[in-house]
Ligand binder design. Structure first.
Ligand SMILES: NC(=O)c1ccc[n+]([C@@H]2O[C@H](COP(=O)([O-])OP(=O)(O)OC[C@H]3O[C@@H](n4cnc5c(N)ncnc54)[C@H](OP(=O)(O)O)[C@@H]3O)[C@@H](O)[C@H]2O)c1
Length: 89
């Protein structure tokens, strides 16, 4: 199984739909393409949301339900951190 770790910058229409599709199709992607995705962080214009090593499904589902610009307000979010800084870590 190939592991692909995603650093997601932008969590508006496209970013959220991308995550919804990954969650909905996780199993079929693994079975058909032998690829497993994980999300290292999600950045919007106001901050960054991290997981411990990756962002788990339950946290991704919570992130999909916060308003725009508020992803870093969730637990393990860092308000005010830039996407560039997250990429460089
Ligand atoms: N929607 C489409 O059908 C479509 C089609 C083709 C191409 N595109 C392109 O795809 C891109 C995204 O479109 P979209 O509709 O998803 O836009 P969107 O809904 O406006 O989302 C943009 C996202 O980028 C974040 N963002 C803006 N500046 C940032 C920064 N400096 N650092 C980190 N995050 C930043 C915004 O943060 P906040 O949430 O904090 O505002 C938001 O989460 C655009 O370039 C658009 O032109 C979109």
């Amino acid at each position: 199984m190939r592991e692909v770790r995603i650093k997601l910058i932008g969590f508006g229409n496209v970013g959220r739909e991308f995550v919804r599709q990954l969650l909905a199709r996780e199993r079929i992607i693994a079975e058909r393409f032998r690829v497993r995705f994980s999300i290292a962080f999600i950045a919007d214009s106001r901050g960054v949301l991290y997981g411990t090593s990756t962002i788990r499904r339950d946290l991704l589902e919570k992130a999909l339900n916060v308003p725009r610009g508020a992803v870093s307000s969730l637990k393990s979010g860092v308000r005010g951190e830039s996407a560039c800084s997250a990429v460089e870590k």
